[in-house]
Design a protein. Sequence first.
Length: 255
Amino acid sequence: MATKVLIMDGVQKNTLAAIRTLGKKQYHVGVISSYRKLLTLGFYSKYCKEKFKKEFGREIPKKKSDPFWIEYLKWQRKVVDNFEKRISDSIKGINPEILVGFNYSHTLRKPETPPSYIDYITLDVAEGGRTASNILSISQECRYLSTLNKPFDVMNTRFLYWWSDWRLKPVESLKQECATILANGGRCFIGDKFYPEGILEKKVMEAVGEVFTFVKEREEFCKEAIPVPYIGILHSSSTCYNQLISSFDFALVIL
């Protein structure tokens, strides 16, 4: 069996070179990219293209107008599904008690019934815009996740404008976001990151501590609680996927 290698950022030119080198040496190479468009260089390694051609007998489509475009998007998602199952099977083979989830998998971005190898749903909700809070986006995601019959958690960050920012979001905004998660049956955790010198900010930890004190005071009311739906909104996978430029272009998922 070929040695398997996972490339974590397929956008960079140097990772494309790594993919080609490893592929030439017959390594099984998987590529991940956070970039939403089809311009991720790693996806166009000749070894990736050869895999597609071997399966379908044709080149990868380059435009949405291509009649084979929808099949191409299905293939993208199948590659991701297979990757997630391999990871889950490997973890469960070591310790079956470990819970496995994948960031954003089977959320609003991927409206499908979660498979058995995914134990819980997890995501960090994108933040930004003109406000210092993300309540509406969190509520939207949580209302959907509460219908899947899987436990879920939602990460809001302590940053004012998500991961590219360093400013501390107001504590009241963090409390409102966590309250929204709790009200929909989710579990809370707050994202932070180290400064370049490897330290965490004391004021940030104090703020996070205050927020989780707020959460702990309400835990007893949330255990075994089930959100009650009061309105139905159709969010079908076929409609969602047919809008996309790629399976990972999420700007069009929610109108």
